[in-house]
Design a protein around this ligand. Structure first.
Ligand code: NAD
Length: 311
């Protein structure tokens, strides 16, 4: 039996990249997945891939920063799967987001925040009542409710729902000329903790994941346009595990946080970054020096987005 058998899931931005990996992971473990994305062709592909592998999936086209999409995706999941249990809020499109507070245009700020943060509020607004209505995982047996501190009242709701919000290492540490993305991803962490408090009593956990660099179809294209081998290697050397990530690395963490094994974990932000963010930065920078001196022609995907160097 799969750990998500009989459960209904929504993955936003599930057509490509990390979201595609999450949709495939949940479906491989028995869940029925609604992939919600603006990219219809890629979304249809991912759904076909899942179905060809014997999984259950549907596609819905929609921009998750719109309230109508949030409402419709929850309605569609419930009408197609009979229930809603898991919501993975992952969609993002990075265009027009670079810049400091002086450079960023007000309309880009508002659009960026609507997608990075507003969409997550809207998703939860409609998903939580549907999760409550669906009730606990039918395969979950509530353990006997005895022992210290448990002698009064009914057992609390457990395994009713899971929300996983995609933050970033940019939500933990700040990068130059990245006001919208960094502020948005930090806000995702605050929103996650706040929702965890409101929805914990309902048996719904809310956690965030902070991925390090994950090589996706889209990201890879950008790297290949700008970077070279020496640049790729320098980037990888900044990861204690000496590699960057793949969508499956994030999907595995999402699968765990969505599982019943994770029912006592909520309001947490889990860095899935090969150890990148635990390092003391001054050592890291100094350690890079020899490599950079030996490879003066290295190019990285940062080069196209850096603006004027600070050094
Ligand atoms: N790839 C990384 O290195 C990395 C690192 C940290 C965090 N993240 C976060 O992970 C998430 C996924 O990133 P990714 O690299 O897989 O991106 P991606 O571009 O490969 O995939 C994002 C998906 O979201 C969809 N999308 C974009 N705007 C949408 C909208 N308004 N409504 C619905 N769908 C929309 C896109 O069509 C695409 O299918 C994002 O939240 C991103 O910020 C990515």
């Amino acid at each position: 039996m799969g750990r998500f058998d009989g459960r209904g899931a929504i993955v936003t931005g599930g057509a490509l990249g990390i979201g595609g990996g999450c949709a495939r992971r949940i479906a491989a473990d028995g869940g029925s997945v609604l992939v919600v994305d603006v990219n219809e062709a890629a979304g249809a592909n991912t759904v076909k891939e899942i179905r060809d592998a014997g999984g259950k999936a549907e596609f819905m086209a929609g921009d998750v920063s719109k309230e109508s999409t949030a409402k419709e995706m929850v309605e569609q999941a419930v009408s197609s799967f009979g229930r809603l249990d898991l919501l993975v809020q992952n969609a993002y499109a990075g265009a027009d987001n670079a810049g400091s507070a002086v450079e960023v245009k007000p309309e880009n700020w508002h659009n960026g925040m609507d997608l990075l943060v507003g969409a997550l509020y809207l998703g939860a607004k409609y998903a939580v009542p549907a999760m409550e209505e669906s009730g606990a995982d039918p395969n979950f047996e509530q353990p006997e409710w005895t022992g210290a501190g448990r002698r009064h009242g009914n057992p609390p709701a457990q395994n009713v729902g899971r929300i996983v919000n995609m933050s970033s290492v940019h939500g933990l540490h700040q990068a130059p000329r990245s006001l919208i993305y960094n502020a948005g991803k930090a806000a995702v962490i605050g929103l996650t903790k706040q929702m965890a408090i409101d929805f914990g009593p309902l048996g719904i956990t809310v956690n965030a994941i902070a991925p390090g660099h994950i090589v996706t179809e889209r990201g890879d294209e950008h790297w290949n346009e700008v970077g070279n081998d020496a640049g790729f290697r320098l980037f990888e050397l900044h990861y204690p595990v000496r590699r960057t990530g793949v969508p499956e690395d994030i999907a595995n963490a999402v699968g765990f946080l969505c599982s019943n094994e994770a029912s006592f974990i909520t309001g947490h932000v889990l860095a899935v970054d090969g150890g990148m963010t635990i390092q003391l930065q001054e050592n890291l920078v100094m350690d890079s020096k020899d490599y950079i001196v030996a490879n003066p022609d290295l190019k990285t995907h940062f080069d196209s987005n850096r603006g004027e160097s600070r050094f």
